[in-house]
Design a protein around this ligand. Structure first.
Ligand code: FMN
Length: 179
C-alpha cells in the first residue's frame, strides 16, 4: 500500500550543515502554508512565525542560545516559532505541531532543516527566549518555542527504514500486549 507520508517521514532527518544555496521565497512560502494548516488547540491557529533571511540577524539569533545553536550560523533562513502565551494553555503543543509540519514540508522540497530548541534554554545573559524576543522586537507576552533552520543540504544522512521503527512502543489494546 502506498504511504507517501511514510516515504517523506523516513527521509526527513535533522540537517545541521548547509551548502549556502538560496532557498527561494516561493519554497519558504509553500513551507509556511503547510505550517499554517497544522492542527491547533481550539482550532485557534495561534502560532506566529518570524521568517529571518538576513544572515547577520540569523547569526545573532544563534548567539542568543548559549550552547547548541551552531547549525543556525550556516542557515539560509531561520523561522522563529512563537505564540502569545498570555492566554494560551496549549501553546507548546500548538507550536510543536506547527514546527513538525515545517520539518516535513521542508523535506518535501529537499530542503535541509533542523529544530533548534529555545524554550527553557539559556542565552548569554537572559534566557534564549528573552534575547531572541529583544533582538526581533517581539512583544513581552509572546514566548519562543524554537527556531527552525533551513538551508541547502550540506550533509547526506541515510533515510530511516522499517528496521528503524520502534515498534515495541506500540501496544495492542492493553499496555502489556505488543502490537
Ligand atoms: C523538541 C526537540 C528539540 C530539539 N532540539 C534540538 C536542538 O536544540 N539542536 C539540534 O541540533 N537538534 C535539535 N533537535 C533535533 C533532534 O536532535 C533530532 O530530531 C534527533 O536527534 C533525531 O534525529 P533526526 O531528526 O535526524 O531523525 C530537537 C528535536 C526536537 C523534537
Amino acid at each position: 500500500m502506498e504511504n507517501r507520508l511514510f516515504e517523506l517521514a523516513r527521509r526527513r532527518r535533522s540537517c545541521r550543515r548547509y551548502t549556502g544555496e538560496k532557498i527561494s521565497d516561493e519554497i519558504v512560502d509553500e513551507i509556511l502554508k503547510v505550517a499554517l494548516l497544522a492542527p491547533s488547540s481550539w482550532g485557534g491557529h495561534p502560532i506566529e512565525f518570524v521568517v529571518v533571511r538576513n544572515k547577520d540577524v540569523i547569526k545573532k539569533i544563534a548567539r542568543c542560545k548559549r550552547m547548541g545553536a551552531d547549525p543556525l550560523t550556516q542557515a539560509d533562513v531561520a523561522i522563529v516559532v512563537m505564540a502569545n502565551t498570555s492566554n494560551l494553555e496549549l501553546w507548546i503543543e500548538d507550536a510543536a505541531v506547527a514546527s513538525t509540519y515545517i520539518l516535513l514540508a521542508a523535506e518535501q522540497y529537499d530542503v535541509g532543516a533542523c529544530w533548534i530548541h529555545i524554550r527553557n534554554r539559556a542565552g548569554q545573559s537572559l534566557s534564549a527566549d528573552e534575547e531572541i524576543r529583544q533582538l526581533l522586537s517581539v512583544p513581552d507576552n509572546f514566548s519562543v518555542l524554537n527556531v527552525v533552520a533551513l538551508g541547502g543540504k550540506g550533509e547526506n544522512k541515510s533515510a530511516r527504514t522499517e528496521k528503524d521503527l520502534a515498534r515495541k512502543n506500540i501496544h495492542r489494546e492493553k499496555f502489556s500486549l505488543r502490537y
